[in-house]
Design a protein around this ligand. Structure first.
Ligand SMILES: Cc1ncc(C[n+]2csc(CCOP(=O)(O)OP(=O)(O)O)c2C)c(N)n1
Ligand SMILES: [Mg+2]
Length: 365
């Protein structure tokens, strides 16, 4: 009986998300009829399609490779959540910093990290983004401003505030964007970080990627407040919920937050309402949700939505999109070939990259 009440609660949340999504789509279709013009440039729409499709195809391959035991250990797929990364990237600029949890393949791919470096990391090879020493949960890429990849739930939230502090201190005009899950939103570290970020008006964007579940536990089972964006209100932090199955809505919300941060007005808290199509990790029987629930979200797939808009607006043809798909197929296969051909780290690598100082006394001979 108790379980049914929880399911019902969660069904209500989903219904809310659906009506939000459907309303936005129908509003947009009406707007399109009136204006017959897309809101953003061709470049932006094509970036959204290509980057989300790369994330999807790359991770579908990861799932297969995991089944073949080519990839081992933890592996959390982002499939379904791609609008969160691509919609953020298009709204931000070079120099901004990104930090997330362990579901961390999609964001660096959206930022332009080489699929080869990520696949090699998943294989534990020396050519990987973290020299094969981090694995799936610890992808890093300084070049694109991606500061990980963190396995401890919620640990990256104060680090994200610290990244924003550094940008403010150095007067760069850059912002930090910190992603975490709905499960992490109940960690004490979030509240400490929110309080300090507001007190110091840090140029920070905090994003809870609310995919409905922390492992197999729904939001409604662990929280009296299920509208997670409301957590920001305790700190007077501007906060809003975003239909994150819609990449345009993500782009718009992150653009507003970044403008506030760059104007010195401090942090913003965004609740991205999203969904993961796959299990929590690779060993999840998914008994906590129904197939119908997953299928209902797939009806609002972020890639299909942007594809439809591209075709409706005549931004590109089906043949153009097919050509992108073919390019991605090659890219993904190349990343597998690269990872397969790369060597594992040698034993002495275990002592490298542990401390910043090369001569750290604890590792002196
Ligand atoms: C401090 C801590 N507690 C528990 C875990 C085990 N754990 C790993 S993922 C996870 C669920 C987190 O869910 P959520 O924050 O919603 O992120 P999602 O996996 O949905 O992206 C838990 C409890 C952990 N890694 N760290
Ligand atoms: Mg979650």
């Amino acid at each position: 009986m108790a379980a049914c009440v929880f399911c019902f609660n969660f069904a209500l949340i989903l219904t809310g998300a659906f009506s939000l999504g459907n309303k936005k789509i129908s509003d947009r279709q009406m707007a399109k009829k009136e204006t017959q013009a897309p809101k953003y440039s061709k470049e932006t729409y094509m970036y959204w399609y290509e980057s989300m499709q790369l994330q999807r195809k790359f991770e579908e391959k990861c799932g297969q490779l995991y089944g073949m035991q080519k990839i081992k250990g933890f592996c959390h797929l982002y499939i379904g959540q791609e609008a969160c990364s691509s919609g953020s990237k298009s709204a931000l600029r070079e120099g901004d910093k990104y930090i997330t949890a362990y579901r961390d393949h999609g964001i660096p791919l959206a930022l332009g990290t080489s699929p080869n470096a990520i696949m090699a990391e998943l294989y534990g090879k020396i050519t990987g983004a973290s020299k094969g020493k981090g694995g799936s949960m610890h992808i890093f890429d300084k070049e694109v401003g991606f500061v990980g990849g963190h396995g401890i739930v919620g640990a990256q939230i104060p680090l994200g505030a610290g990244l924003a502090f550094a940008e403010k201190y150095k007067k760069t005009g850059n912002v930090s964007i910190t992603y975490f899950g709905d499960g992490a939103s109940r960690q004490g570290a979030l509240h400490e970080a929110f309080n300090m970020a507001m007190t110091w008006k840090l140029p920070a964007i905090f994003v809870v990627e609310n995919n409905g579940y922390a492992m197999g536990t729904s939001v409604a089972r662990t929280s009296n407040v299920t509208e997670l964006y409301q957590l920001g209100e305790a700190y007077d932090m501007p906060s809003e919920a975003v239909d994150a199955m819609d990449v345009e809505a993500v782009h718009e919300a992150v653009s507003r937050a970044a403008a506030r941060a760059r104007a010195g007005e401090g942090p913003t808290f965004l609740e991205f309402r999203t969904y993961r199509y796959r299990g929590h990790s690779m060993s999840d029987p998914q008994k906590y949700r129904s197939k119908e629930e997953v299928e209902a979200y797939k009806e609002r797939d972020p890639i299909e939505q942007v594809k439809q808009r591209i075709l409706d607006f005549g931004i590109a043809t089906q043949a153009d999109l097919d050509a992108i798909d073919a390019k991605i197929k090659v890219q993904v296969q190349e990343s597998v070939d690269f990872a397969e051909a790369s060597p594992f780290p040698t034993a002495d690598e275990a002592y490298k990259d542990v401390y910043v100082q090369e001569d750290y006394p604890f590792i002196a001979e």
